[in-house]
Design a protein around this ligand. Sequence first.
Ligand SMILES: NC(=O)c1ccc[n+]([C@@H]2O[C@H](COP(=O)([O-])OP(=O)(O)OC[C@H]3O[C@@H](n4cnc5c(N)ncnc54)[C@H](OP(=O)(O)O)[C@@H]3O)[C@@H](O)[C@H]2O)c1
Length: 477
Amino acid sequence: MSAQKTITIVGATGTQGASVARTFLELPNWQVRCLTRHPTSEKAIELEKRGAELVQGDLEDEASLQRAFDNVHAVFLNTDFWIPFRKAMALGKDAVTSSQEAYEIEVMHGKNAAKVAASIPTLERFIYSALGPMKKASNGKYPSSYHWETKASIVDYIEGHQLELARKTSYVYIGAYITNAFLYPKFDPESESYVSILPTGKETRFPIINVPRSTGPFVRALVVDEEPRTRLLAYDDYLSVGEVGAIWTRTLGKEVKLIQLTMEAMSAKTGVPVEILMGAAYLGEYSYCAGVSNVIEPIHLKTPIETQTFETWLKEQDAMELLELNNYSTQAEIGRGPQAQPQVTWTVTALTLLDPTTPKWHNAWPQLIRDVPRIVEAARVEITGPTHNDKIITPVLADINHGTYLNGVPGNSSEPLAIQGQKGTFKFVKTARKPYDVVVTCILLRAYNLAPGIFSLRLSDDWIKGKELTSVSGPRK
Ligand SMILES: NC(=O)c1ccc[n+]([C@@H]2O[C@H](COP(=O)([O-])OP(=O)(O)OC[C@H]3O[C@@H](n4cnc5c(N)ncnc54)[C@H](OP(=O)(O)O)[C@@H]3O)[C@@H](O)[C@H]2O)c1
């Protein structure tokens, strides 16, 4: 490859993409261009400050991809499943429908990026962050882990329909995130002990990757050192469930018990969707990259990458904080996938409607509906109502029959807050310390005060505004 090159990163404000951006920003002969839907977001501005060029765009919009890929030498593409999945869930759709809709959207995103990349004459490397074909590799036994199947479909599209692009393409198969909740035991208040409940046995092995630290160096290797058409399983450590349990036993100084349940039993017990549990059950029978041919591992790279063990990483963390972030209700409610987010510990606000049929909730509901518009008005923060597109501002929904729905506007939003009151549809919201989140927190606290005891509400320690609100409006937990 010649002297000065440009790489475009799709998903650069995300966990994987930010790591790739940081790595390439430090390489003297590379310029970094980042596609983002929100160039004024904190993460985008941070990338710009470090020297990246921002291009506003969306994987739904091919013209914006054309601008972002124009004259580049490399593209790193990460597609996301969970944003459309959460949007569908927040609109009250069930988990299966939400998965199917998110599948269609993510595949469309991947195909759009591949089509546009194929038309760029300067392109030398296209790197896609893929996952294996779980359904095909298991002969249909594990058919509905849609967040895997999306990535396998995008690989099939590139290999089957974009042959020129395929010749320039390599795939990085990112292992389980080091923050993946499957790796974290939970405290069981009944037995007062730590347990790891999984739909798989103690011999099952997970490749584990410290995504912020290691994704960039692995992608750099694929772009700079390795030949195109490389398929790399990227990980820092490769451990069995039993080994992870032993590490936690050493870390906590207390035995962590391993409990194996079927996917269905575990889903019923914890509320975690089968969509998410299927991956772990699958790994009990098949390897992480089953169905992918000629996969290499980190040890095979021409230039070795410095990796870090899970245990070494854990010693540098606040283990109790990680465990607190990883309770099952959070995973289940958020519908986000089993990922802890230790970097955003100050942001969590959660609401679970524990028993919507109680008279207490029935009585509280009309008052809450009356209070929502008052809180929105008093906050003077820009808020939008139910919409598939958060750029379109619609009125906040606060209706006794249809419930409430609101979100911030781009740059000032996080999870939508959707409560379907009298039907009692279970909802969750996680905040991100944006002005919008003050509105969300006020509504949650108001609901908590109107119907004490039927919500679980969590506010993390170091959000000052949240603390102030909590001290006047409700209990700490
Ligand atoms: N958890 C695990 O163990 C694991 C393992 C392997 C793979 N994965 C996969 O990793 C993916 C998530 O990656 P991540 O953690 O890096 O994501 P993330 O931190 O949630 O970030 C999502 C990124 O996608 C961008 N994005 C979302 N929608 C977009 C659109 N329509 N157009 C353009 N950009 C868009 C966002 O950019 P802007 O907001 O700036 O536009 C953001 O940079 C998921 O698909 C998951 O299945 C997870």
